[in-house]
Design a protein around this ligand. Structure first.
Ligand code: FAD
Length: 478
């Protein structure tokens, strides 16, 4: 470690590095001073799979530059990531080449290893790491891994809340409604909705000859026996930062202006379709938000269109992060507010007719053409339009023996087939539709009680549902 850094306080950390801990994005998981013989700073990349607008990578680079050390970004691919299957991994794999190229632009070496040779601790020993910077993921298992790692590591280990515009820590508890979060977020947005400087790593990492790492274009799942290959990849989305940037450009130039009306038309491609890229961290919500602001400044869209889109991207999306962060039972009926649990209990005995099994739902075998079409979009595109996601989940409540079962089925299908599944947005979406989370009581009716209802008739009349059904039949046929 270079002796150049200015160590001024009793904790032994250089002042520039200590100052970074004042940032609300930062969580010091394991405090301490980087060892003097450390040879690099490691960014352990998990959720924020990108090199652009990535505050976790920026932090690693700033620390590396202060310590006079190079930065190595490490991605460890495991075969048993909860509920992940071939569809998800192909998309992830497609993104690795862009990460490597963009990291190189910042003078950072990107290294990928895969199970069974994927141990982070072994990697840290091999590269003689001085410090580890990770990103954040509020979901149960990834958060548990970070806690376990903090106990096992001997090095300083910090994580950075890289995939939200406003650091999630700034809201100390669950925010029950989007308007409450919006009000609390408003004064913070000018600070966080701002372009970040691109910091270059000053030192390069001298890669030892024969250092083990995967070629990023190789199949990372090759040879995995315990891996779920039952869900096939889709042609509808190609993973990676470049593909995300292309979609973003297309969206701000041709779709943003009409977002308010076209976002409720599943038969028209009127939304950004960026959710899979946000889920894998191939693009940052900040990059998207700034592009939308810029488009508005250039007159490509009105202030109203911009606000409508940012309301989904920032307020609704970060409400979902807040929900998963603070409500431990986020993927089950226990997360529903008291009024919703009570009304669902009161209607638990209502007759359900028809009742479908998980398999019937999964294979789009219901009597409802529109619902089956939505399910086909899930199966064959790995994505579904928001308007139909609401309808889809509410019908599962109507057609299953109990709300708890409905919740369970919706989460299973959501996580299995959506490229953007296994995400706070999915858990919050199901909780909203089935459990009234972030919603209010509506009119009392059978099965639903006062949970908001959506009827097939009125939903199908709000857009050209016949066209949508035809499109999904074609998709399934193809
Ligand atoms: C039952 C149900 C399940 C859902 N499952 C998921 C899921 O697994 N993964 C997922 O990312 N989203 C999920 N959503 C939220 C939403 O439907 C999708 O984010 C959206 O349809 C993605 O399409 P888009 O990127 O074109 O969105 P756009 O309309 O272009 O919006 C831009 C971004 O804003 C965010 N956003 C939009 N709508 C919402 C919303 N209602 N809640 C939270 N964030 C939102 C997303 O990140 C989205 O990519 C679910 C919603 C419901 C009701």
């Amino acid at each position: 470690m270079s002796g150049a850094a200015d160590v001024t306080k009793a904790d032994g950390l250089p002042a520039e590095i200590r100052k970074l801990t004042e940032d609300a994005r930062m969580t010091v998981r394991r405090a301490g001073v980087p060892p003097a013989d450390g040879k690099c700073v490691v960014y352990w990349m998990q959720r924020a799979q990108r090199a652009l607008d990535n505050p976790a990578l920026d932090t690693a680079i700033k620390i590396g530059n202060t310590l006079g050390l190079p930065v190595v970004a490490f991605f460890s691919a495991i075969s048993n990531f909860p509920h992940a299957n071939l569809r998800h991994y192909v998309f992830l794999n497609q993104g690795l080449a862009d990460i490597e190229a963009d990291m190189a632009e910042r003078n950072v070496t990107f290294l990928v290893r895969r199970a069974p040779n994927h141990s982070l601790e072994r990697f840290l020993d091999e590269v003689q790491a001085a410090m580890v910077i990770g990103d954040e993921n509020p979901c149960r298992e990834p958060e548990r891994w970070r806690r376990v790692l903090a106990q096992r590591l001997k090095l300083p280990f910090w994580t950075v809340d890289a995939d939200v515009v406003v650091p999630s820590k700034l809201f100390a508890k669950h925010q029950y409604m989007v308007h409450i979060l919006r009000k609390r977020m408003e004064p913070l947005l000018p600070q966080y909705l701002a372009a970040q400087p691109i910091v270059m790593a000053q030192k390069s990492w001298p890669r030892p000859k024969g250092f083990e790492a995967l070629n990023v274009t190789e199949d990372i799942t090759k040879g995995w026996r315990d891996f779920d290959r039952s869900v096939k990849p889709v042609d509808s989305f190609h993973g990676g930062t470049r593909a995300a940037q292309k979609l973003l450009k297309e969206f701000v130039t041709t779709k943003l202006a009409n977002y308010a009306t076209m976002r409720n038309h599943p038969e028209v491609d009127g939304t950004s379709r960026l959710s899979p890229y946000l889920h894998f961290g191939h693009i940052s919500p900040l990059t998207i938000a700034l592009a939308v602001e810029d488009a508005c400044k250039k007159g490509l869209a009105t202030q109203q269109a911009k606000e409508g889109y940012l309301n989904e991207l920032i307020q609704w999306r970060e409400l979902a992060v807040n929900f998963v962060k603070y409500v431990p039972q986020y993927d089950s009926i226990e997360s529903a507010p008291e009024w919703a649990q009570k009304t669902l209990r009161e209607h638990a005995g209502d007759r359900r007719n028809p009742v479908y099994t998980l398999e019937q739902l999964e294979h789009a075998e219901t009597h409802d053409e529109l619902w089956n079409a939505a399910q086909r979009q899930m199966l064959h595109a790995g994505w579904m339009h928001n308007y139909l996601r609401m309808y889809w989940a509410k019908k599962i409540l109507e057609w299953t023996p109990s709300p708890a079962k409905a919740w369970e089925f919706a989460v299973i299908l959501n996580d299995k087939y959506f490229l953007d599944g296994r995400d706070p947005n999915g858990y919050a979406g199901v909780a909203w539709a089935i459990g009234g989370v972030h919603d209010r009581p509506w009119f009392e009716r059978e099965i639903f009680g006062t949970i908001r209802y959506m009827s097939g008739n009125s939903t199908g009349k709000k857009f050209d549902s016949k066209r949508y059904i035809r499109q999904m039949e074609e998709l399934a046929g193809a």
